[in-house]
Structure formats: C-alpha cells, structure tokens
Design a protein around this ligand. Structure first.
Ligand SMILES: *Cc1c(COP(=O)(O)O)cnc(C)c1O
Length: 351
C-alpha cells in the first residue's frame, strides 16, 4: 500500500438508503442527496448504487454536479439542483434534463424567459433564511406560475435537534405556504426523516445518513481509512517529535510516520488526544499533524505496523469530527483526492 486507502462500502450505502426509506410510509418517496461528489465518496460509484437500491430522485447543489450525476445514471432518474437557475446555466440544465429548484423572484423570471416549458421545482424559505422564496414573495408568485412545479421543498435548520422548537415552526410555516397546492412537497433531509411522519410530506431527501453519519445514529458504517507507515524510529526520553517540537517523549518510544496529513482532510486540530488504530489497539498521535504526514506513538504494539487505520470500526467519522471540533459532514467532504478510493461491493448478482 503506497498511499492511504479509503474503502467505501457501497452495500452499506444501499442498506442505509433502505433503512431510511423504511422510516416513511410506502407512498413517501425517498430521494438521495449526492451533492459535493456524494459527500466526498465519489458520485460515479455511489449514485448508481443508490439508484439500484430504489432512489428515483437525486439532488445536487450545482448544475455541474448534476451533469456528472446524469452521466453516471443515464436518462431515467430526476436530478434536482438546489441552487436553482444561476446565470448562464440554462443550456447546461436543459441539455442534461436537470430540474432547477427556483429560489427567488429573479430566478422565476429568468426561468420563464430562458427555460420555458421545462420542468422546475420551487424552494421556499420556511425560516432558515438561506435559500428559497420568502413567504411574501411566494404569495405573489404562486398564482402567476405558467405550470405546476415538479416539487416544492424547504429545508429545516435544526432537524438534528429533535426537541428544537424551530422544527415545528418551520413545519407549520411550510404547511401554510403550500396550502391548497396539489404538488409533491418535501421538507426533510436526514434529520427530518428521523423526526417522524409529520415531516415526511411526499418526499424525504437524506444525504449524510446514506453515508453513515449523524444524526442517523442507526446508520451502517460506510468508510474505512488505512494509512501506510513510511518509517518507524525510536526516540529517547526528552526527544521531541514534529513541528514546534511541542511533543516530548517522557520515556523511550517507537514513533511511526504515516502517509496522510491535513492536506488529506485530517485536520491539525485532531492532535493531540486522537489515536490511529492497529486492529483494536489505539496508537496516539504524537506531535502536530503535518501537511502529508502524521507521527504516531506505536510503543504499545508488539511489532512495527505497516499501516494504521484512522477511520473504521474503532473510530467513526463522527468521532473524528468531535475531536476536530466539527461535524461528520465536514470530515467526509474534506477527505482528500490523494487517497486511493476502493469500492467494496458484493457481486452484483447478489443485490
Ligand atoms: C445537503 C442538503 C440536504 C441533505 O441533508 P443531510 O443533512 O445531509 O441529510 C437536503 N436538503 C438540502 C436543501 C440540503 O442542502
């Protein structure tokens, strides 16, 4: 193993989609959010697996991402674009059959002139104040639509906190805005899917839960990350390791240097206090994380290891996120391009 290997369990992604799908009634569609290259895991491999599991609608942030999904999936599935119709995007959206989720009066009017007669969705702001038409703008716009939208959606700000009052307030605000419209509606991402039927409407659209992250605590783990050891050395008491020389050995120690660092999404913040694993044995990070390297105290191992795991059964994406003061979403989408990505899958005939 010459470089770090990120193993992505495609069966686990399919299983997570099915588990999330089973949380809503059969008539509720379960879509799949595959923005940011399927949360860093590789949309070309991930999207077809989600389609095979049963997903019929996909969501991306940008038109260009939608083109990649269309290339991976062919003509069948619907692909929605959260950012809507951005200047200059109409030809790309039209040529690839991508459905913009129109966010503003400006986007609505651009759509009328640039993409007449094509499918569109509407994104409403129900309180997050990030994307979508405000209630007053929507009130003015909804009676002047030339055609029915394919989908009306909004997004929850606090769905990872089930007791947060904001969830109920946004649900009620959304209900008021879509009253009397017989159009499929969607409010729930992963968190909203877990909040229960009140939040499911006609479609749920999970992202992070598919990839094994919180708030979907019941998710099957999806990623393992193994990093090769480049060299091992002994340091004596009093010797320092790494930049800043701020880790000093308290006694004789074996230090292994592994081939991944903050340029690969393993933030400097992770050290100290974090460990890499050899099987079930934790080996603490010694000294600062460098751009391409991490130094690890492997004194506790009987033999010098040839690789160590940073993500796997002993340490999840969310464990790493907690240590780095961030969320699993950011860990996943920061995992770098330098990893060898290996996709694990049973034989297709068994699926
Ligand atoms: C990213 C995103 C999702 C998916 O959210 P998860 O929390 O990853 O499930 C759904 N809807 C919108 C609008 C998003 O931006």
């Amino acid at each position: 193993m010459a470089r770090a290997r990120l193993t992505i369990d495609l069966d686990a992604i399919a299983a997570n989609w099915r588990t999330l799908d089973a949380l809503s009634a059969p008539e509720v569609e379960t879509a799949a959010v595959v923005k940011a290259n399927a949360y860093g895991l590789g949309v070309d491999a991930v999207a077809p697996v989600l389609e095979a599991a049963g997903a019929r609608s996909f969501f991306v942030a940008l038109a260009e991402e939608g083109v990649a999904v269309r290339r991976a999936l062919g003509d069948g599935p619907r692909i929605f674009v959260f950012s809507g119709l951005m200047p200059g995007d109409a030809p790309l959206l039209t040529a690839n059959g991508l459905v913009p989720l129109l966010n503003s009066l400006q986007q609505l009017s651009d759509f009328k002139s640039e993409m007449p007669g094509t499918a569109f969705g509407i994104q409403l702001d129900s309180g997050m104040n990030r994307l979508g038409l405000e209630p007053a703008d929507w009130k003015a716009a909804r009676d002047q639509l030339d055609a029915m939208p394919a989908l009306i959606m909004s997004h929850l700000a606090c769905a990872d906190a089930p007791d947060h009052d904001m969830n109920r307030r946004q649900r009620d605000c959304f209900a008021e805005m879509v009253q009397d419209m017989s159009v499929p509606c969607s409010l729930a991402a992963t968190g909203g899917t877990l909040l229960g039927p009140d939040f499911h409407h006609q479609m749920v659209r999970p992202g992070i839960g598919l990839y094994g992250g919180l708030p979907f605590a019941g998710a099957a783990p999806v990623v393992t990350l193994s990093v090769p050891v480049i060299q091992t050395r002994t340091v004596e008491a009093g010797e320092a390791v790494g930049y800043g020389a701020d880790w000093v050995a308290e006694g004789p120690r074996r230090i292994a240097t592994v081939a991944a660092g903050y340029a690969d999404g393993l933030m400097r913040h992770l050290a100290p206090g974090m460990a890499l694993y050899h099987g079930a044995t934790p080996c603490p990070i010694a000294g600062r994380v460098s751009m391409d390297l991490i130094t690890v105290d492997v004194t506790g191992l009987p033999d010098a290891p040839d690789k160590l795991d940073i993500l796997g059964p002993q340490q999840t994406v969310d464990d790493l996120a907690r240590a780095a003061g961030t969320i699993g979403y950011e860990i996943l989408t920061s995992l770098g391009d330098r990893y060898e990505r290996v996709y694990k899958r049973r034989k297709a005939s068994e699926n």
